[in-house]
Design a protein around this ligand. Structure first.
Ligand SMILES: Nc1ncnc2c1ncn2[C@@H]1O[C@H](COP(=O)(O)OP(=O)(O)O)[C@@H](O)[C@H]1O
Ligand SMILES: [Mg+2]
Length: 363
């Protein structure tokens, strides 16, 4: 699999979130509001947005990991290989979890069981889904530990999580996720708790495993830097909705929506001088219990127009980049009588001067 070249949203995806909604507290908090997301077999997709915008709520919905007492998943469909997972019984979902789709979480210390050896934890999914002899089971644990780069696996398999460093614990989480050879991995902020060197190592590990095992991945992160070079396509999420989607190269070259510009500017650029490194997006994401009725980003958008406050823009193709690049922004769409609003230099934090008056590029 390559991460460059033309990337199209697959026609027959492995996973298709079709108009998915997830709400909490008897529908009072709509954390995921009608998202459409596709992942092809072996494809790597990024789901990016600030904290609290609904990324984890969406991912956990796929595997039905929420507390059912206060969560409603639906309306919408979660199609996996054409089957709607929302129609499966709890027993049916148990067969999917781990075996077909696995999830890796941000914090390996809380996700791992402190009183169980890592070998037993790696084998837990195997035990649930396969009947293996003790010898075959041990061989598989050793193979998985070797695969994720844990040294001396024969000794280390008998150790407990606290005896490993943060980076090694994240590798154990990856081994657990891979244990039943799933087709899709949901990786939720898996490098956030690691320092920069370890982040690079874990991302490289994911990349090589993905390529050698033909794994599809959803890389969930608040950091656009993590999806660069790691994903074929990116979905940008804001306040429960997808606000921009494009092939990764195209998103970085021609970001359409001011929210994406903000994420790009706030991503650490290690090459830049210290003072220019990061420009945070001003303000906070809206409460998902009471989001703005127009564009949800309008209250924070330096380019907001009257229409942005008044009407919610649809997720529509960006006329500059083509049909695979869509944004939920009046600024990238033809406003009746108003022309195009695109063309700002997104690298300049407070630029209010379009680089071209009519349809142009953002680059
Ligand atoms: N179990 C829950 N009950 C109530 N609200 C929740 C629950 N889980 C998440 N939320 C709310 O849903 C929104 C989205 O959360 P989340 O999906 O965790 O965001 P992200 O992963 O993008 O940081 C947040 O406002 C959060 O407070
Ligand atoms: Mg999250």
């Amino acid at each position: 699999m390559t991460v460059s070249g033309p990337a199209r949203s697959p026609d027959r995806p492995l996973l298709h979130l079709d108009d998915l909604h997830t709400s909490f507290a008897q529908g009072a908090i709509v954390a995921v509001e009608g998202i459409d997301l596709r992942v092809g077999a072996g494809e790597s997709v990024g789901l990016v947005g600030e904290s609290g915008c609904g990324k984890s709520a969406a991912a956990k919905s796929i595997l039905r990991l929420h507390d059912p007492r206060n969560t409603r998943i639906g309306p919408g469909r979660i199609l996996f290989e054409g089957r709607d997972l929302l129609q499966l019984s709890d027993e049916g979902m148990r067969k999917i979890r781990g075996r077909e789709i696995a999830m890796i979480f941000q914090d390996p210390m809380t996700a791992l069981d402190p009183v169980m050896t890592v070998g037993d934890q790696i084998a837990e999914c195997l035990d649930a889904h396969e009947r293996l002899s003790a010898t075959a089971r041990k061989a598989r644990i050793l193979e998985l530990m070797k695969l994720v780069g844990i040294p001396s696996p024969a000794t280390r398999m008998r150790c407990y999580p606290h005896q490993f460093s943060g980076g090694m614990r994240q590798r154990i989480m990856i081994a657990i996720a891979l244990s039943c050879r799933p087709k899709l991995i949901l990786a939720d902020e898996i490098t956030t708790a690691l320092d920069v060197t370890l982040q690079a190592q874990v991302l490289e590990l994911i990349r090589s495993l993905r390529d050698s095992m033909q794994l599809a991945t959803i890389m969930i992160t608040h950091d656009l830097g993590v999806v660069a070079g790691m994903t074929d396509r990116v979905y940008v999420m804001y306040a429960g909705q997808i606000v921009e989607t494009a092939a990764t190269d195209d998103l970085f070259a021609r970001p359409a929506m001011p929210y994406t510009w903000g994420l790009l500017r706030s991503a650490p650029d290690l090459e830049a001088p210290v003072v220019e490194r990061m420009v945070p997006i001003e303000g906070m994401p809206p409460s998902l219990a009471d989001p703005p009725s127009g564009c949800r980003f309008a209250p924070r958008c330096p380019y907001g127009r009257e229409i942005c406050e008044r009407a919610a823009p649809p997720l529509a193709p960006n006329p500059v980049s083509g049909p695979e690049h869509a944004a939920r922004c009046w600024g990238t769409q033809q406003v009746k009588g108003g022309g195009w609003l695109i063309g700002h230099d997104w690298r300049a934090p407070n630029s209010d001067t379009p680089t071209s008056g009519k349809a142009g590029t953002n680059a």
